[in-house]
Design a protein around this ligand. Sequence first.
Ligand code: ZN
Ligand code: ZN
Length: 351
Amino acid sequence: MKAVVFKKIKTFPSLEEVEKPTPGPGEVLLKVAGAGCCHSDVSVFQEYDEALAKHEHTEPSFILGHETSGWVEEVGQGVTGFKKGDAYLIYGPTGCGHCARCVAGEENYCENTATNESLAMGLGRDGGMAEYVVAPARNLVPLGDADPINAAPLADAALTPYHAIKAALPHLQGGGKYALVIGLGGLGQIAIQILSAITGATIIATDMKPEAIAKAEEKGAIGVKSDEHEVENILKITGGRGVDAAFDFVGIAPTIAAAQAAAAIGSRVTIVGIAGGKASYDWFTNSWEQELTSVYWGSLPELHEVAALYEKGLITPEIETYSMDNALDAYHKLVDGKLSKRAVVVPHMGE
Ligand SMILES: [Zn+2]
Ligand SMILES: [Zn+2]
């Protein structure tokens, strides 16, 4: 079968002919419906050196793709309850499976990462950027009758903002609350849909690009241009009080600073974007009892909730599709910043 393989440190992936995998005990073989291209793949193949790859368990070679959906093709030994042809989303993180975090479905926060063999599907172990993929049965989330191709990005591009928002819910409960979304790319746009679906908060959305702001406004957010008056304009909307929860999908020092400056007393500021910007915090500048935190991916139970919102039509990822033969084009465009929608590789396009 064809697959997009990350073969060597700091090397662009290649399209390879590899053997079709067979499911082992506790695993399921899926015929891939869609595989999303994520910017963290680019970090892994462009920026990670050997030491970091070893630390993160993302040493090549492996098949990329940590946002995957597919149809059940075959089950491994001991696996029951699955029907051939049924559509599933794959929960990406692969923890040890037995620590307190993992048994709670939080494999993204596995306590035994030092001894794990991989970080996740498509990050250390073979992922979904191929015609077929093998996943642990426990990682499969049913999609019912919902379209599996459009669903692929949910596994990361929706799960990550969903987790950030769920963790901030205590700050958004009640009337008259404000949520701030900074950075209106794929994750930011989905965050607006999730905030609308599960909170009653007024959503304020900022970006430098007017077309991204326009898209957010179509979803019901109040758009604010990210310029030198950004914080002032956000504060004005909240009557001077500030926002109750801020989500920074960029994560550079200026966006973190803007989130902190716009955040009310007792608020929560979540850094979601992995740009690595440094934050500062002091008694005089930050509003009192302002929490500052970061998140990484989300839990398996949360992916079930994301799938339920998708089935109800409350989350709709914007995608553009690529055939297997054009999969590397999608990654080139991602690297060059030329994608405006999530690229999803559809290996069985037209079948
Ligand atoms: Zn990702
Ligand atoms: Zn674990």
